[in-house]
Design a protein around this ligand. Structure first.
Ligand code: DX5
Ligand code: ZN
Length: 214
């Protein structure tokens, strides 16, 4: 299992230190939640802060856009050379064009699905994607309760992926912990995002990341 801790649960007063801690603690990706206050009822960080995160990180960034104007934000973050950029299918009229734009920057494209969106909605985009992100909470905040329908959605997505593009990864975001990690693995999930479980773990981020990987 690959682990992408979400820095939304980090201490922003010592952000660089908290980013270094997860990279040294064995994470695979650094998950960055960008919210615009329109697509979701919360506002997070823009290019100035994400640039500081990119400087501190020794693992690729996994930028999760939760915004209205995806194309504008892709242009804004592309110079930071993230590993992945994901955008919500619910907020994109021209997903195929946007995927091409992300790839033209040398960034791996991913699409995010809210808890109500069936995997079939993106069946004909799978061959152009490197990853699909399934939300297991309603996007907007860390520390929410895991919505378990993601397990069924992951299994259905896995079947489509095997048919259309077996290299495409499945990522799950929201309420992930050591309590549901085994079920996620069984459902075919490759990457988990974890914010509060990692940053609020009593024994520290390294132990938390290890617990998810094992
Ligand atoms: C929610 C974000 C998540 C969030 C996860 O909209 O996309 O990445 O930080 O936090 P936890 O793991 O605490 O649910
Ligand atoms: Zn996220």
């Amino acid at each position: 299992m690959l682990v992408a801790p979400s820095i939304l649960s980090a201490d922003f007063g010592k952000l660089a230190e908290d980013v270094k801690a997860i990279c040294e603690g064995g994470c695979d990706l650094v998950h960055v939640d960008v919210m615009d206050g329109h697509f979701v009822p919360n506002l997070t960080i823009g290019p100035v802060v994400v640039e500081a995160v990119a400087k501190a990180a020794t693992k690729p960034l996994d930028i999760h856009l939760m915004v209205e104007n995806n194309s504008f934000f892709v242009d804004l973050f592309a110079p930071l050379k993230p590993g992945y950029i994901s955008f919500h299918i619910e907020e994109e009229k021209h997903p195929h064009r946007l995927i091409q734009k992300i790839r033209s920057y040398g960034i791996r494209p991913a699409i995010t699905l809210n808890p109500h969106t069936p995997p079939e909605a993106i069946e004909f985009l799978l061959e152009d994607l490197d990853m699909v992100l399934l939300m297991s909470v309603n996007p907007g905040f860390g520390g929410q309760k895991f919505i378990s329908n993601v397990l069924e959605r992951a299994k259905r997505l896995k079947t489509l992926i095997e048919k259309r593009n077996p290299k495409c990864l499945i990522e799950v975001d929201g309420g992930v912990s050591d309590k549901n990690i085994e079920l996620l693995k069984e459902a075919g999930v490759d990457v988990v995002v974890a914010g509060s479980f990692v940053y609020k773990h009593p024994e520290g981020v390294k132990t938390a990341i290890k617990a998810l990987k094992e």
